[in-house]
Design a binder for this molecule. Structure first.
Ligand SMILES: Nc1ncnc2c1ncn2[C@@H]1O[C@H](COP(=O)(O)OP(=O)(O)OP(=O)(O)O)[C@@H](O)[C@H]1O
Ligand SMILES: [Mg+2]
Length: 288
């Protein structure tokens, strides 16, 4: 009988050959809750999908999840069911529209319970659209507890969302400080601002404090902003995506997406085995 280790190695090799595309992993996080992570994740995913990129939207915070509400879809099973072997990874995927798939996640503490099982086989043996994704956007929970740091560490780009109130800024700063231990480049999005000037002003203040207090090398950049608007809050209530309409909010989000695409074009992806969804999950699970 083959032992577990060699079995795993074989599976990993098979998976390597199966891989079709390199996926960019983008984590969207925040210090304080309720600052617009899910709103921004869903709409960024929507804009990228409209531009012909294949996008997975991974709800890593299913306990408090609302991506299903925002996207107006019903989730029946999530990653935990896959881990329990009750269904396949493809069974939990929800095709929201062409090029856009929602992947219902599960809190990492639950995943932890299953890490001793034959988890790799379940993932690696599944031929899946997920390995053809151009982007995996991860809507993390707020704060830096639990597994959130793992998600951040494993992503190519980490976007810290904040609103301009002092409590949110303090919490965003704490997230930046902690994340800077493993990530040299961090992006910020200022949400619910009055205008671009306010976003720039708040960002410059955060950057000043970060530059003088954080010892690790850190390149903090403002990716964009989203002004406070009725289009955004109204879309959440109507369960529509504001980026489907032509408004200034939509333009702001599209500008943010273009900046992200431009940034990624400049970047050569490192060739590690995290570059597919199954590889990503494997790394997450290995860290527990
Ligand atoms: N730019 C904006 N203008 C007006 N309202 C906004 C804006 N951005 C977000 N909101 C509102 O703020 C609320 C919280 O947004 P969202 O659910 O996206 O935050 P979150 O960070 O994902 O929250 P949680 O931490 O609970 O997951 C929503 O009701 C949304 O409509
Ligand atoms: Mg959310």
């Amino acid at each position: 009988m083959q032992n577990q280790a060699s079995k795993l190695k074989n599976l990993m090799n098979e998976n390597k050959n199966k891989r079709v595309k390199d996926t960019h992993f983008i984590a969207i996080t925040s210090g304080k809750g309720g600052v617009g992570k899910s709103t921004i994740s869903a709409n960024l995913a929507n804009v990228l999908a409209d531009n012909n990129y294949k996008v997975g939207l991974f709800d890593a915070d299913i306990g408090l999840a609302n991506l299903d509400v925002i996207l107006n879809v019903r989730i029946q099973k999530n990653l935990l069911h896959v881990l329990r072997g009750e269904c396949s990874l493809e069974d939990i995927l929800i095709e929201v529209k062409p090029n856009l798939w929602l992947i219902p996640g599960e809190s990492g503490d639950e995943i932890l319970k299953y890490s001793d099982k034959n988890i790799y086989e379940r993932f690696l043996n599944q031929v899946s659209i997920l390995d053809e994704l151009d982007f995996l956007i991860i809507d993390t929970g707020a704060g830096i507890g639990g597994n959130i740091l793992h998600f951040l560490e494993m992503s190519d780009e980490v976007i810290v969302v904040t609103v301009p109130d002092p409590a949110a800024i303090t919490d965003a700063y704490a997230t930046i400080k902690t994340t800077s231990k493993t990530k040299e480049n961090l992006l910020m999005v200022l949400n619910v601002v009055k205008n671009e000037n306010e976003a720039l002003r708040v960002f410059e203040n955060i950057k000043k404090v970060a530059d003088s207090n954080i010892k690790n090398p850190l390149n903090l950049e403002l990716l964009g902003h989203l002004s406070a608007s009725k289009e955004v809050s109204g879309s959440i209530k109507k369960r529509t995506l504001f980026t489907d309409e032509n408004t200034s909010s939509s333009d702001e989000l599209k500008a943010l997406a273009s900046k992200l695409l431009y940034r990624l074009e400049q970047k050569v992806l490192d060739n590690t085995n995290t570059r597919s969804f199954s590889g990503f999950l494997r790394k997450i699970i290995e860290r527990f």
